[in-house]
Design a protein around this ligand. Structure first.
Ligand code: CA
Length: 239
């Protein structure tokens, strides 16, 4: 089954360009011109990736990213028209997995689509291996199941993470008590084929802290090491 990609973009020429190009690469494509159109597609069909334009009539891409994130961890690539990095950072805070600035080259878009889909699909093959490997780790009352990509809190509640947040937590849990530079974390989370800006790690750490720290302003699990990066402080026990 080809992966299903939804393009939310109000400019018909851009939307049909993306649909035709990615369609020619073997993906199944749907298009929508605004939030209402996006909802129609997402209510009726499974979507594997959303390419979301920032500037849309009515609700903008940031509002729509937040809405998608409230109920789903489907990967989102945000398309920003503005050069302003603030919008990109806010987009990542809203739960986008990556962004691509306009104008972009078709090949660059394809590289990002492949990379984001590959990350979100690590789950499936990992599931098979998980029985044989010790895939569950515990820290400070939390349980992280790498194979099932599942995180549960001290009270047993499931905490939903986006694929990038999950990969970041795995990077920390796999390297407890070690200072990890932003550069190293970029490698561990996004891989070498991508070139996100360093600030995106800070945003991701902030989002993860918001989900696992009691007080994200005074974190006790993920500590900032000034000028060096971050360190994961709790004791990690393999289960
Ligand atoms: Ca637009």
């Amino acid at each position: 089954m080809p992966e299903h990609i939804l393009v939310v973009e109000d400019e018909p020429t851009v939307r049909s360009f993306i649909e035709e190009y990615l369609g020619s690469q073997g993906y199944r494509m749907s298009g929508a011109g605004d939030g209402a159109g996006m909802r129609v597609v997402m209510e009726k069909q499974d979507v594997d990736l959303v390419i979301l334009d920032l500037m849309l009539p009515g609700e903008d891409g940031l509002e729509l990213a937040r809405e998608i994130r409230s109920g789903s961890d489907v990967p989102i690539i945000m398309v920003t028209g503005r050069a302003d990095t603030v919008d990109r950072v806010v987009g990542l805070e809203m739960g986008a997995d990556d962004y691509i600035p306009k104008p972009f080259e078709a090949r660059e878009l394809l590289a990002r689509v492949r990379s984001v889909l590959r990350r979100s699909q690590r789950t499936a093959p990992a599931r098979e291996e998980s029985a044989a490997r010790q895939n569950t780790a515990a820290f400070a009352g939390w349980r992280l199941d790498r194979g099932r990509r599942h995180l549960s809190g001290p009270n047993g509640e499931e905490v939903r993470l986006t694929s990038a947040e999950f990969d970041l937590l795995v990077a920390f849990v796999s390297n407890p008590d070690k200072v990890l530079s932003r550069d190293r974390l970029l490698d561990l989370v996004y891989g070498r084929e991508m070139f996100p800006f360093e600030r995106s790690i800070d945003v991701l750490v902030m989002r993860l802290r918001g989900k696992i720290e009691e007080d994200r302003a005074n974190p006790t699990l993920i500590k900032t090491v000034r000028g060096a990066g971050y360190v994961f402080t709790p004791e990690v026990v393999a289960k």
